[in-house]
Design a protein around this ligand. Structure first.
Ligand SMILES: Nc1ncnc2c1ncn2[C@@H]1O[C@H](COP(=O)(O)OP(=O)(O)OP(=O)(O)O)[C@@H](O)[C@H]1O
Length: 472
């Protein structure tokens, strides 16, 4: 396949050049839950890479990425096939780990400091930049935790383990084996683990570096020192005043290597790859199950709907992380996933798998009828009603009402992102830019007002409930 790509680089470039520069926007079928954020990071092409990039983040939609792959058409010239993937956030090759930390990870630190369970997973094909991303984030977490800007007094403890199949090793104790045993509450305990109390940033950085040197690696086709295990860094933050623990997990998952990447290796490596892929598949089911359970409980449909099954017992990785997936747990959880991909066209197959995996984790909640932007604009409006509303409310001359997609309802239209609406306005012949902008500002304002109204009514409901609870 690599030969085919190399032979057709010029053809690939000319097919790319012929594509519409503004692709058809991808429309969300719902909104993402607030406890889960799935992102994708595209690493820069290596300087010694012979192949062109096949992955293109969209400038108009910051959460969509296109992959253009070249196929060998049996009847003639190669053809281009395009795929798009949507997550919550896409980071292009120019984005630094520090910027990613600031945008999507930094909130996990105060969250765990205040008693929550924050988890970060780096997922992706071997050589796609997981270790590169997580190791810098670990240092940034150390800086944030130890900067002294967080309120209150806490004790901080750290453990770092390596999970390979069902075996676990203590990376802060020269890779000594540890046992994973379930206690009478069904919680997996790590017997024999050393937990280090942390007093300052330097101490934490030293421990992280020590753990890295004990990580198990092996060469793969894509990475000379590929991590063949999951590394779990657990930071336990104890609040002595409340006697409760917050937890922060930073997890560098083993590379999801394809069977053909290890074809040159023996049966042991094939078994290891199967184990890794199996644990990643169970992880996907658990993350998705937890996100669905959270969506059900936030929509208030929990009592009627069937609680999703979370199969955390099916792998050592998810058993160790039981707290993260416990739908009935007392602690709130926030999870961030960074799906790492290599943009080279030679890696397009694994990149598509990674992005498909990320999309599957991206659980969307159907728009709730209560989020109508205005009581005068019902969510069940038909297309014709929507169009006449746009005509009457978008100023003079009006923004053409054909920015509404065929068969779109009020709820779908008002839940579109501003980027998607901007795109539609641009694509509409005759829509003046200033009018479109004014119209979008008006829609935006309506949404904010509706949200404020919802917030006020929620606050009223809560204070009424308090009255009842504290009343005589
Ligand atoms: N964003 C980036 N910018 C520059 N170099 C990068 C970036 N991401 C990864 N690299 C480089 O790519 C190579 C592979 O990265 P890394 O070891 O992090 O991959 P990995 O996904 O952890 O692989 P494996 O699963 O095999 O361990 C490293 O040399 C790393 O320095």
């Amino acid at each position: 396949m690599e030969r085919f790509y190399l032979d057709n680089i010029a053809k690939y470039r000319s097919l790319l050049g012929a594509l519409d520069p503004v692709p058809k926007p991808r429309i969300s079928s719902g909104i993402a839950g607030s406890n889960m954020l799935v992102s994708a990071r595209i690493k820069p092409l290596s300087t010694d890479e012979d192949f062109p990039s096949a992955i293109f983040p969209r400038s108009m939609q910051h959460n969509v990425v296109d992959i253009h792959d070249l196929y060998n058409h049996p009847k003639g010239l190669p053809i281009l096939k395009s795929f798009d993937y949507q997550v919550d956030r896409i980071f292009g090759p120019e984005t630094t780990t520090d910027e990613i930390f600031k945008e999507i990870v930094t909130d996990l630190v105060p969250f765990a400091w205040n008693g929550g369970i924050g988890t970060l997973f780096a997922y992706g094909q071997t050589g796609s930049g997981k270790t590169f991303t997580i190791s810098r984030i670990e240092q940034l977490v150390a800086e944030t935790l130890m900067a002294g800007n967080l309120d209150g007094d806490r004790d901080i403890y750290m453990t770092i383990i390596d999970l390979a199949g069902n075996s676990a090793f203590d990376l802060l104790n020269e890779r000594q084996p540890i046992s994973l045993l379930e206690d009478s509450f069904g919680v997996t305990q790590m017997m024999g683990i050393t937990e280090h109390q942390i007093h300052d940033k330097e101490e934490m950085s030293d421990l992280i570096e020590r753990a890295t040197s004990f990580r198990r690696t092996a060469p793969t086709l894509r990475n000379d020192s590929s991590s063949r295990s999951h590394a779990i860094c657990r930071i336990r933050i104890t609040n002595k005043a409340t006697e409760s623990d917050g937890l922060l997990y930073l997890i560098d998952l083993a590379g999801s290597e394809a069977a053909r990447d290890v074809a040159a290796h023996g049966a042991d490596r094939m078994r290891e790859t199967r184990e890794i892929n199996n644990s990643l598949s169970v992880l996907k089911d658990c993350i998705r199950g937890k996100a669905e359970a959270d969506a059900l409980s936030s929509s208030g449909r929990k009592a009627r709907a069937k609680t999703p099954h979370i199969p955390f017992r099916r792998s050592a990785l998810t058993k160790v992380l039981k707290h993260v997936f416990d739908a009935n747990g007392a602690q709130t959880c926030k999870t961030v996933v960074i799906a790492c991909v290599n943009p080279s066209i030679a890696d397009v197959g694994p990149s598509k798998n990674t992005l498909r995996f990320a999309e599957m984790l991206h659980v969307l909640v159907p728009p709730n009828n209560k989020t109508d932007p205005d009581p005068n604009i019902p969510s069940n409006w038909t297309n014709t009603q929507l169009k006449s509303w746009i005509k009457e409310n978008s100023g003079t001359p009006p923004v053409l009402p054909n920015i509404v997609a065929p068969r779109e309802s009020g709820a779908q239209f008002f839940n579109l992102s501003v980027t998607e609406l901007e795109y539609r306005c641009q694509k509409c012949p005759g829509v003046r830019r200033d009018r479109a902008k004014a119209f979008l500002a008006k829609l935006w304002q309506l949404q904010i007002e509706a949200q404020n109204k919802m917030g006020q009514s929620h606050a009223r409901e809560t204070s009424n409930a308090d009255d009842v609870a504290t009343g005589p």
